[in-house]
Ligand binder design. Structure first.
Ligand code: ADP
Length: 281
């Protein structure tokens, strides 16, 4: 963990966002692994823990937080250049998705991407936040580099599915963050195993346990796993994150457990307890 604290010092030179105590990025090597769904439920879980939480949807090519939070409409302009974030389930939400039509393709060059992300980060009235979750686009392009180099990130969380092909890309993401001295706060395995809603039979469609092994191999905290389950897909599509709308479900509890573990790592810079193995009831 010495590495983690020295990296934090390097980032302390970057101007912070007034009132925002901790900023964490959620990243993935490739699209479709559930990064946005995970970010949304992590932010909601932070709010459920009683923390002041916000989410910045920096996935400007495919912004999905408005849909995941069930939010529509445009944010209010409350100053010459300041936007008021939307709010749902106790989470302040800002996304480029509020500013564009659903079917509009964003064809932006690198400098425009950087300008848009910087604006959404710094020209939004976030107020006092304990934690701001940033949902990054997949991969290792301009948006990720801008966030890493111009934002005092507490660190990055990497979401991956368990199979080799996804983990190879996740490794690239880990390497990118290492190069720009952003600590890796932990690895999450999403779509870890499929539990049939009809018979409860568990099928590891994408394999199981790959992310845990990867985390152990690299000495990165392992935050836990989320199964592939229709309720997670349905609640996400309906804009009702499962953590907020079915908090007693086993899936919401998985998110809550990993969010508590993540918060501990953010605040202390250490991973104290090993992640529990998945139990599907
Ligand atoms: P990404 O942000 O990595 O592109 P998304 O969060 O948009 O991925 O998820 C892709 C699709 O997978 C969405 O339809 C989402 O509802 C679904 N999904 C994500 N995680 C799970 C899960 N654990 N169980 C079931 N469906 C999931």
């Amino acid at each position: 963990m010495t590495q983690l604290s020295s990296q934090t010092v390097a980032h302390s030179k970057i101007a912070g966002i007034p009132g925002v105590a901790h900023i964490i990025a959620v990243a993935s090597g490739k699209g479709g692994v559930g990064k946005s769904t995970t970010s949304c439920n992590l932010a909601t879980a932070f709010a459920a823990m009683g923390l002041k939480a916000g989410i910045l949807d920096a996935d400007i090519y495919g912004p999905s937080q408005p849909k995941l939070f069930g939010l529509r409409g445009k944010p209010r302009l409350i100053g010459p250049r300041t936007l008021e974030p939307m709010e749902r389930y106790g989470v302040k939400v800002m996304s480029i998705g509020f500013m564009i039509e659903d079917d509009n393709a964003m064809i932006w060059r690198g400098p425009m991407v950087i300008a848009a992300i910087t604006q959404m980060l710094r020209e939004v009235a976030w107020g006092d936040l304990d934690i701001l979750v940033v949902d990054l686009p997949p991969g290792t392009g301009d948006a990720q580099l801008t966030m890493s180099q111009q934002t005092p990130l507490a660190g990055a969380v990497i979401v991956s599915t368990p199979q080799d092909i996804a983990l190879i890309d996740a490794r690239r993401g880990i390497e990118m963050f290492k190069k720009v001295s952003v600590p890796i706060l932990g690895l999450i395995e999403n779509m870890s195993a499929f539990c049939c809603p009809a018979c409860n039979h568990i099928t590891p469609i994408f394999g199981h346990g790959g992310a845990r092994i990867e985390a152990e191999r690299r000495g990165i905290p392992y935050l836990g796993e989320i199964p592939l389950h229709i309720e997670i897909r349905k609640t996400s599509d309906d804009g009702r994150p499962i953590v907020a709308t079915d908090p007693d479900s086993v899936y919401a509890r998985h998110y809550m457990d990993m969010t508590r573990r993540l918060w501990e790592i953010v605040v202390t810079g250490t991973a104290s307890k090993p992640a529990p193995r998945i139990v599907i009831e």
